[in-house]
Design a protein around this ligand. Structure first.
Ligand code: B12
Ligand code: SF4
Length: 585
């Protein structure tokens, strides 16, 4: 018998909000659905990552009480009020635990809903978009429960966590197959195969015979095996414009991730998991990109983030020119690499900003040149970071528009002979003073599979317990956790345990905040807050503090208001041309 649905796609759920843009439009599952629908398959998406989702399942009075306690915790978070802060922390603890209990119950009920949908529609294929941390734990639980209630269902993992952890995804999980890279073509093959077989055993046998010998299928830019039939198709991947349904836009932040290309031009940093991609930056056609802008604008969407790990400026310039030629009003943000600034780079940034570039995320990693070279292999120097940031600021002034800058650093870092951690710290501070970015994102050192840091861990001074990777996969990384609550993860760097490393990360973060620079604001929010008039540093600091309060108390009180303003501004822009007139005039 044919199933009523060929494939059910589910976005993993997390008990707590992680960043302010958790409720962004779910682009990749919409892409997969659109591609498969165009091939005449029946696909549904379940995505509960919505604005109101953070509070779902928790009694209102509990949310309110937590809001109050967290606000007191934040007000008393300073050395002089340490003991009062401690009292509020202790008071908040049982309430946090209770609220997490309700959330866990709620998330578990969502799993039961999915099981019901699978049974009612006789679904054979379930695809799960997998993320890290608590969300990964939820997807593991989902797979386990499906395996026991619906043993014939083939469970497929895909998305960010597979791209970072590859084969490790199968450790103590019930996923049958995992896709590392684009899922379009491979899912199509799986649906076609599913229609030909009678049961799961036969499916898996033929899958391995005809589609992939390995349970982990590497596709697109992750594929380095041209003998696998699935991979050959994926290499020449075309990019699909997702078709959002009205329900996909409901209770969401109207901000769309647009594929401008894949990868980055460098692809060699020692710490970066993107280096699992076997080729450097692959661009998408400008024509397609502009078409996607236009399709999204029809639906009231005007805020975008480019998805590639770097948009090279020369390519960005071509995209910018096309936006200006079409006269479309959009705001977008992107990842950039620091570079040797030339008049051509300056000109490119002027055009980019003129066309709507409103924020960039720049991975600087450190202001210490020797560490950036020997430890990071970043391929840039402090001078490049300073010059590129100044170039962007000058270009913005020239054009008379804003382009905010988020500079990302990794601290502490492994150190080498003749360099102390304090030297790295001092160079980082010097870099920040010289560049004054709008925000600085400070990350502790993370060691991911198949990176040079992992493969040569002893050379860099990392020490990891045998099950470190599995622990890391489900570790809920949150900079808002007090250092005392950080587990050890079986990880150390040059003799420093994880809590010690986190303390050092926090030292730099505090010093930056003391300079009046807000830390850890994502580039898309830099762009969207600017668009709704949060133009000063104090606006940003307030945004940072209020959104943090929401995240810590599991509430959406503040973010709901901000998102309402953003969505309304986005619609306003989407329905107007660059001359400010309504589009259909
Ligand atoms: C844009 C972006 C965002 C956006 C939009 C996210 C979204 N809706 O996907 C925003 C800003 C909201 C965001 C938020 C976060 N992000 Co983010 N984000 C990215 C970024 C830059 C691009 C992702 C993207 O949209 N690519 C384009 C689409 C088309 O590709 P794709 O998502 O990979 O989907 C394709 C395949 O993966 C596959 N696929 C996807 N899902 C599935 C499911 C199945 C079943 C199958 C078979 C295939 C499949 O097919 C898709 C189409 O080809 C990536 C880095 C990168 N360059 O990849 C980081 C990245 C995905 N983010 C990351 C993280 C950590 C986060 C946050 C947790 C941030 C944080 N710690 O503060 C949050 C979590 C958000 C959430 N909802 O849970 C990590 C993920 C690490 C991990 N192990 O999970 C990444 C890899 C960055 C990094 N290296 O650290 N992010
Ligand atoms: S950190 Fe950035 S520049 Fe370095 S390899 Fe990764 S994506 Fe490329």
């Amino acid at each position: 018998m044919q199933p009523k649905l060929d494939l059910l796609l589910v976005n993993s759920m997390a008990p707590r909000q992680r960043i302010a843009s958790d409720a962004a439009l779910e682009n990749s599952l919409a892409i997969l659905r659109t591609y498969l629908e165009d091939e005449d398959f029946r696909v549904e998406v379940i995505d509960e990552q919505r604005i109101s989702a953070t509070e779902a399942g928790v009694p209102k009075c509990l949310v309110k009480l937590l809001q109050l306690i967290v606000s007191m915790q934040m007000k008393t978070y300073r050395k002089s009020l340490k003991y009062i802060w401690l009292i509020f922390m202790l008071l908040g603890w049982p309430i946090q635990v209770l609220s997490m209990y309700y959330r866990a119950q709620y998330l578990s009920s969502k799993i039961n809903d999915i099981i019901r949908t699978i049974q009612e529609n006789d679904i054979h294929l379930l695809g799960i978009k997998v993320w890290y941390g608590d969300s990964f734990k939820w997807s593991k639980l989902l797979a386990t429960k499906i395996r026991s209630s619906c043993p014939e269902v083939i469970i497929i993992a895909g998305g960010p966590q597979v791209k970072v952890y590859g084969e490790h995804i199968f450790h103590e999980t019930d996923f049958d197959v995992a896709i590392m890279g684009p899922g379009e073509e491979i899912l199509k093959k799986m649906i076609v195969l599913d229609r030909k077989v009678d049961n799961k055993t036969e499916f898996l046998y033929r899958f391995h015979e005809e589609i992939s010998q390995s349970r982990l299928v590497q596709t697109g830019i992750y594929s380095n095996d041209e003998t696998e039939p699935a991979n050959q198709v994926q290499c020449s991947q075309q990019h699909i414009i997702p078709r959002y349904r009205p329900v996909d836009l409901q209770d969401k932040l109207l901000f769309h991730t647009l594929v401008d290309g894949v990868g980055c031009t460098w692809n060699k940093c020692n710490f970066c998991s993107h280096t699992r991609q076997v080729a450097s930056y692959q661009q998408r056609s400008v024509q397609d990109i502009v078409k996607e802008f236009q399709v999204m604008r029809e639906q009231g969407i005007a805020f975008f983030r480019f998805s590639s790990s770097e948009t090279p400026v020369e390519y960005g310039k071509k995209i910018a020119q096309a936006i200006l030629d079409q006269g479309i009003t959009v705001n977008y943000s992107m990842f950039v690499r620091a570079t040797k600034v030339t008049p051509a780079v300056y000109e490119a940034y002027c055009l980019l900003i003129q066309s709507g570039l409103r924020a960039v995320f720049m991975g600087g990693e450190t202001g210490h040149d020797l560490i950036n070279e020997k430890v990071m292999n970043k391929g840039i120097q402090k001078k490049d970071i300073v010059d590129t940031i100044n170039c962007i600021k000058l270009a913005a002034t020239e054009v008379g528009k804003s382009c905010r800058i988020g500079l990302s650093l990794i601290y502490p870092t492994p150190v080498i002979d003749g360099v102390t951690l304090q030297d790295v710290y001092a160079e980082n501070m010097r870099l920040i003073k010289e560049t004054l970015p709008d925000t600085v994102i400070v990350n502790p050192p993370g060691v991911f599979p198949k990176t040079s840091w992992m493969d040569n861990s002893s050379k860099f001074g990392f020490s990891m317990a045998p099950d470190f990777v599995y622990e890391l996969m489900q570790y809920e990384y949150s900079i808002y956790k007090p250092v005392e609550l950080w587990g050890k993860l079986g990880f150390s760097l040059q003799g420093h345990s994880l809590p010690e490393l986190m303390k050092e990360t926090g030292r730099l973060r505090t010093a930056i905040a003391d300079m009046g620079i807000p830390t850890d604001i994502s580039d898309e929010y830099l762009m969207m807050t600017e668009a709704i008039g949060y133009t000063t540093k104090s606006d940003l600091l307030k945004f940072k503090s209020d959104s943090l309060q929401d995240i810590m108390s599991g509430s959406n009180r503040y973010m709901r208001e901000v998102i309402e303003k953003i969505n309304s501004q986005g619609r306003n822009m989407a329905y107007r041309n660059t001359d400010g007139k309504p589009r259909n005039e």
